[in-house]
Design a protein around this ligand. Structure first.
Ligand code: GUN
Length: 275
């Protein structure tokens, strides 16, 4: 039997704690989200972030751009947001349709980089003074540790871009878990994923992972969010892996709500860094 990990339930607890802490602050923390293009999954995600911010008492501002917007326009808005004292967090929703992701992220003040993707925050991950840590990575770690499984001698495979994979790799290492980062195009993908005690998939390819990719009893974390026929689907074919995987995060209701909850924690941290 596969245990389904309930991300919504874990997220509610975190959101309540954040709300309580925010109610005791001297000022209202603020988040600005930059959203480029019309990817339906990205729009859904940003709506959920907006709702969570408002519920927690965080000021929320959305900047919308057409998919062909010039990078300079976004950079100019980021520069303004970096200077604003009412905005403590800046987030560029990914993926960007055409623009250079690294260039956009590098323009954000590292203290306002609530996604933890700025090179300065990535560099500090490997030091004993971490800055802002990726909410996706923190959320994934909470989902994994909620299984209360012993991770001694465990290995992980992460199928994701380096931007998403590296923070997860660093956090797993703190638990003694060695990770291999694999590309979805790797011709030996199946052979590699089959050895993983923990498999984390963030590709955006519905049903990429079926039962023959999975080690029996593995913890499977599905980060995929693709909108198909008006609903969000993950990268893992749930029906196929059920009974092989030991644990599985559902889509929706797994990584998504945890990322949103940990984003609120990250905004709180950014606010405190800027005080
Ligand atoms: N797209 C999918 N996940 C994320 C995330 O955690 N942050 C941002 N900015 N974009 C995303």
């Amino acid at each position: 039997m596969t245990h389904i990990i309930n991300g919504r339930k874990l997220a509610v607890k975190i959101r309540m704690q954040v709300k309580k802490r925010i109610s005791s602050l001297a000022h209202i923390p603020g988040l600005a989200v930059l959203l480029v293009g019309d990817d339906p999954a990205s729009h859904t995600y940003v709506r959920l972030k907006e709702k969570a911010c408002k519920e927690a008492g965080i000021f929320f501002e959305k900047h919308l751009y057409p998919s062909n917007v010039k990078e300079e326009n976004i950079l100019s808005d980021i520069a303004t947001l970096n200077e604003r004292t009412d905005i403590h967090g800046i987030l560029v929703q990914l993926p960007l349709p055409h623009q250079n992701t690294d260039r956009m992220i590098a323009a954000i003040d590292p203290q306002k980089d609530v996604d933890g993707f700025h090179p300065e925050n990535i560099r500090r991950l490997d030091t004993d003074k971490p800055g802002i840590i990726s909410p996706v990575a923190l959320g994934i770690m909470k989902l994994i540790t909620s299984t209360e499984k012993s991770f001694q001698g465990c290995s992980a495979v992460i199928i994701a871009s380096p931007l998403f994979a590296h923070p997860i790799e660093v956090l797993l290492r703190e638990y003694g878990i060695v990770s291999t980062i694999v590309s979805a195009q790797d011709p030996l993908l199946k052979e590699k994923t089959k050895t993983a005690d923990i498999l984390i998939v963030a590709v955006g390819k519905p049903n990429l992972i079926t039962r023959d990719y999975i080690k029996s009893g593995a913890v499977v974390i599905d980060v995929g969010t693709t909108r198909v026929d008006n609903h969000i689907v993950g990268d893992v074919d749930r029906t196929s892996v059920e009974s092989i995987a030991g644990w599985l995060t559902p889509v929706p209701g797994g990584v998504g709500p945890m990322t949103v909850a940990l984003l609120l924690v990250s905004i709180l941290k950014a606010y405190q860094l800027q005080k």
